[in-house]
Design a protein around this ligand. Structure first.
Ligand SMILES: [Zn+2]
Length: 96
């Protein structure tokens, strides 16, 4: 299993990767730290759950963000990335 996504300017600017709701189970629960390697450098990352009203003020929902400041320096808007999970429980993030 893997998670793929095209990065938006907001994700690059704030240093996170948006996680689709159907893929939440692919990642640890919010606020647990885990390793994400980008190239040869591995970083401590975590999922943050954020309140959101993008579906309307009357339909509050949660977003999950993979907090990873390294995406600011390593990628640019529109880059497609793929995240895979390794046997040791850490993740690899690569540009497609
Ligand atoms: Zn939303």
């Amino acid at each position: 299993m893997e998670y793929s996504r095209k990065l938006s300017s907001e994700e690059i600017g704030q240093g996170y990767v948006f996680i689709d709701k159907k893929n939440w189970d692919f990642f640890p629960k919010p606020n647990q730290t885990f390793g994400v390697c980008v190239g040869e450098l591995c970083h401590i990352a975590k999922i943050e759950a954020k309140d959101c009203t993008c579906m309307g003020e009357d339909k509050p929902q949660l977003h999950h963000h993979l907090i990873l400041p390294a995406v600011k320096a390593k990628f640019k808007k529109g880059d497609s990335i793929t995240i895979t999970k390794k046997e040791d429980g850490t993740y690899d993030l690569v540009k497609k």
